[in-house]
Write a protein that binds this ligand. Structure first.
Ligand code: MG
Length: 164
C-alpha cells in the first residue's frame, strides 16, 4: 500500500538568526525566527511523512511551548520522527519539496540540502528533490520577511499492521 503526505510551514525571517534549510546553513543577513532552530524545510518534511503515516503532526510531537524544544536541532527532530514512521513499517518512495523565499538564491545549496535530507531519511539522494521559488515581490515572502516550505512524500508499506 502507498500513502501520500503533505507538509508546509512558514517562518518569519529575523536578524540575528541562522538561516537553516534541512540543517544546511545558508549565509544571509536574516534567518528563521522560531522556538526551535526554525528550520522551515525540516518542519514541512516532518509533517509530510507524519501525515502520510497518519501518526500526527509536528506540533503534537514537539509542542512549541515546551521548553525542551527551545533552540532544538530540527534535523534531530526529523530523525526522531522518521524513526517512528519506519517503526510502523513504512519506507520512503520519494520526497519532493519547494522553498519559497525572495532572497538569497538557493540553487547553489540545493545539492547539499538534498544530501542532508537523504542522509537523515536514510535514503538515496535520487529519492529527494528540492526546488526554490520566489514570492515575486508580493506579500510577506516577497518583501523578504518570511520563508515558506512545502513538502510532499510518498510512503510504501514494507509490512502491513492489522487495522492500518
Ligand atoms: Mg515551523
Amino acid at each position: 500500500m502507498m500513502r501520500i503526505g503533505l507538509g508546509r510551514d512558514l517562518h518569519k525571517l529575523a536578524e540575528g538568526r541562522r538561516f537553516l534549510l534541512a540543517g544546511v546553513e545558508i549565509p544571509f543577513t536574516k534567518g528563521e525566527a522560531g522556538h526551535s532552530d526554525g528550520d522551515v524545510l525540516a518542519h514541512a518534511v516532518i509533517d509530510a511523512f507524519l501525515g502520510a503515516a497518519a501518526l500526527g503532526d509536528i506540533g503534537e510531537f514537539f509542542p512549541p511551548d515546551d521548553p525542551a524544544w527551545k533552540d532544538a536541532d530540527s534535523m534531530e527532530l526529523l530523525r526522531q520522527s522518521w524513526e517512528k514512521v519506519k517503526a510502523k513499517g513504512w519506507r520512503l518512495v520519494n520526497l519532493d519539496c519547494c522553498i519559497i523565499c525572495e532572497k538569497p538564491k538557493l540553487l547553489p545549496y540545493r545539492e547539499k540540502i538534498r544530501a542532508s535530507l537523504a542522509a537523515a531519511l536514510d535514503t538515496d539522494i535520487g529519492a529527494v528533490f528540492v526546488k526554490a521559488k520566489t514570492g515575486e515581490g508580493l506579500g510577506s515572502i516577497g518583501e523578504g520577511n518570511a520563508v515558506e516550505a512545502e513538502a510532499i512524500c510518498l510512503l510504501d508499506a514494507q509490512r502491513m499492521h492489522p487495522k492500518q
